[in-house]
Ligand binder design. Structure first.
Ligand code: URA
Ligand code: SF4
Length: 210
């Protein structure tokens, strides 16, 4: 008889409930052990928003603040995201906001927990949750915030660059748009570069609003 691998090497699929509602998904994801990332994070940070939302935003993974609060995009990247949504005339309360990976991956440096990029294996392991969210909501517009979100849906070779601002064909939504991750705006070293990156981000979000 073949021995079964430990659960944390089989991905999230075995943890996804048969009956999909936002409640059952959020509840079941709390005890996901589909990859090793649950071991050190505080909690699962699942997507949130109305299931009637016509727009879904997908980020990378929770950061330090999100890990503590249990909600997506509530830290520094979330502040930029909120400002950009407001500038583009999009109501966050009418959107569904989630991440490709549902647990915070970090490196402990003294007291600080530094963000670590999820590996393709971790993105793949977590993708059944994102797939279930999209099957549930069936959005008109799906916005990929950065490469990781794209990789979760289109495979590990996905990059934002060539696809940015274009309508991508997909089974997941009528329109899929890839744009920058809000954290990349924060990382630009010069004020003027941050301003320009922010303006470009808002311009992409305005396509969504239309
Ligand atoms: N960055 C993300 O990709 N998602 C969050 O929820 C917060 C920061
Ligand atoms: Fe499960 Fe995703 Fe967390 Fe890994 S990161 S344990 S697959 S919810």
């Amino acid at each position: 008889m073949a021995t079964r691998k430990p659960t944390h090497e089989n991905g999230a699929e075995p943890f996804v409930p048969e009956h999909i509602s936002l409640k059952t998904l959020q509840e079941s994801a709390k005890s996901c052990q589909g990859c090793p990332l649950y071991l050190h994070a505080t909690q699962t940070v699942f997507g949130e928003g109305p299931t009637a939302a016509r727009v879904v935003f997908v980020g990378e993974q929770p950061g330090d603040a999100e890990d503590r609060e249990g909600r997506p995009f509530v830290g520094p990247a979330g502040k930029i995201f909120d400002r950009a949504l407001a500038a583009a005339g999009i109501a966050r309360s009418e959107s569904y906001v989630t991440n490709a990976v549902k647990h915070f991956k970090f490196e402990q440096r003294g007291k600080a927990r530094l963000h670590k990029r999820p590996k393709p294996g971790e993105i793949g392991a977590c993708s059944p949750w994102l797939h279930a969210e999209l099957r549930l909501i069936q959005p008109d517009v799906l916005v990929l915030l950065g490469a990781t979100a794209g990789q979760a849906l289109f495979g590990s070779s996905f990059r934002v660059g060539a696809s940015r601002g274009k309508k991508l064909p997909s089974e997941w939504a009528k329109v899929v748009l890839a744009t920058a991750h809000p954290s990349s705006i924060l990382r630009a070293p010069l004020h003027e570069d941050r301003e320009r990156a922010f303006d470009e981000f808002v311009a992409d979000l305005k396509l969504v609003a239309r």
